[in-house]
Design a protein around this ligand. Structure first.
Ligand code: PLP
Length: 422
């Protein structure tokens, strides 16, 4: 084995969700013959209308004189100009903004954006002080866990729980009595809608967070990978929120282009320039083919239409199937709570006072042919022990209706047994 630096070792660690994904892949490979219901995937399904949209945009690109310019040449680090222009025009019209090209950066997927931000704004400053990367509401996207070259900089805050006991529903809220922003804060990141919980922070909650950050000129990255206008995976009314210190971060992945790796940052020029320089050093620029087809799909208005008319209802219906099945199948006297399904492509189930851990529950579910993701991997940055961390499961909405129904019925049986045995 090669000798690794501290950072090298840290980056090669199979942590959190990557360790579980490895277990899931091995389980699927070993299953030979046994039908497994896999509700673990974070990969969006290929919806025919969405695939057609990208196929058509590709055909147009191939037939145009633009093709060679797109794939046979390097471009600007900031991104492919027609895509930047398409986003600026669309957002200015849609949200009444005054964006210029200097407010926009295109990155190879939005994951890279969080990596740039976490290390440009978080970590050790020139005086040796530690600047924190703050996740104001834990649980949140597991991918934030690996982006810090100095992991000690990442800190997350426990939420408060808004519980509707009679209906077995709940919702996380940021705990403003705990959340602290100071000159030690480097940046703030949260997803809205949230992976894994489907939570959508209210506009009020977002404004409270950004107001705290503004005092110290701290950038707030609002991870809008599931937000409107595309992929529009919000099932509750929400509007994107822009502001002086907000970096609005988007992704084309859930709009059908995860393979092309396209992320977008929109914000004040002074933040965008920092991220752009980071990108130049790392990879020069994002792939231009995906950017060229995305610019066509945005300019034609088709991407926004398909998001609202196809992508959103598809997953919203999956959530309803899951919710109805659990309501019918779960024993009424068990303390189970489904997080309000406000968006994204997952359901988040909390099994309060679970007599085992989420990991053991995941193993029990595997025995009845159902795979979900144990919830404890979705608390990056939250060091403190909290039983709740081991009482949750993330269930992907990417199964067929029949798989979701059967999977939740089996889950209800396993839950009943596990609580009974205690
Ligand atoms: N943010 C959230 C909340 C996600 O769920 C994902 C992917 O699942 C990402 C960011 C990363 O997306 P990408 O790098 O494909 O844009």
């Amino acid at each position: 084995n090669p000798a690794l630096t501290k950072i090298g070792a840290q980056m090669s660690n199979l942590t959190g969700v990557r360790a579980i994904m490895k277990d899931i892949v091995e389980t699927l490979q070993a299953s030979q013959g046994q039908e497994l219901i896999n509700l673990s995937a974070g990969n969006p399904l290929i919806l025919p209308e969405v695939e057609q949209l990208w196929r058509d945009a590709t055909a147009e690109l191939l037939a145009s004189s633009e093709y060679g310019e797109v794939v046979c040449r390097y471009g600007a680090s900031q991104g492919y100009a027609p895509l930047i222009e398409a986003i600026a025009n669309d957002f200015n019209k849609r949200y009444g903004l005054n964006l210029t090209s200097r407010n926009i950066l295109i990155t190879p997927g939005s994951q890279s954006l969080y990596f740039y931000a976490a290390n440009a704004f978080g970590g050790y400053d020139i005086d040796g002080g530690l600047r924190q990367i703050v996740l104001p509401l834990s649980p949140d996207y597991t991918g934030y866990g690996g982006v810090c070259l100095y992991p000690e900089a990442l800190i997350a805050y426990k939420p408060t729980l808004d519980i509707d006991a009679a209906n077995h529903k709940f919702k996380y809220r940021p705990d403003f009595s705990q959340l602290s922003v100071s000159e030690q804060t480097g940046c703030i990141i949260f997803s809205r809608p949230c992976n894994p919980t489907g939570n959508v922070l209210t506009a009020d909650e977002v404004h409270k967070i950004t107001a705290l950050a503004e005092t110290y000129n701290v950038p707030v990255l609002i991870d809008s990978a599931y937000a409107p206008p595309f992929p529009a995976l919000n099932f509750t009314e929400m509007q994107p929120i822009f502001g002086k210190n907000i970096i609005h971060c988007m992704s084309l992945s859930k709009a059908g282009l995860p393979g092309e790796r396209i992320g977008v940052a929109i914000g004040d020029e002074k933040f965008i320039q920092v991220l752009e320089s980071f990108q130049t050093n790392l990879c020069i620029h994002a792939s231009r083919y995906g950017q060229a087809i995305a610019s066509r799909a945005i300019n034609s208005g088709k991407l926004v239409d398909i998001a609202a008319q196809v992508i959103r209802p598809f997953y919203q219906n999956k959530f309803a199937v899951l919710e109805n099945t659990l309501d019918a199948a779960m024993p009424k006297d068990l303390p189970w709570f489904l997080h309000r399904g406000e968006g994204a492509i997952f359901a988040w189930l909390w099994l309060k006072d679970l007599p085992t851990t989420d990991w053991e529950f995941y193993q029990e579910l595997k025995k009845v042919g159902v795979i979900v993701v144990p919830g404890s991997t979705f608390f990056p940055g939250l060091q403190e022990e909290w039983p709740h961390k081991h009482q949750c499961l993330r269930i992907s909405l990417t199964g067929s209706d029949a798989e979701i129904v059967s999977g939740m019925q089996r889950l209800a049986k396993v839950a009943e047994q596990v609580y009974q045995q205690a």
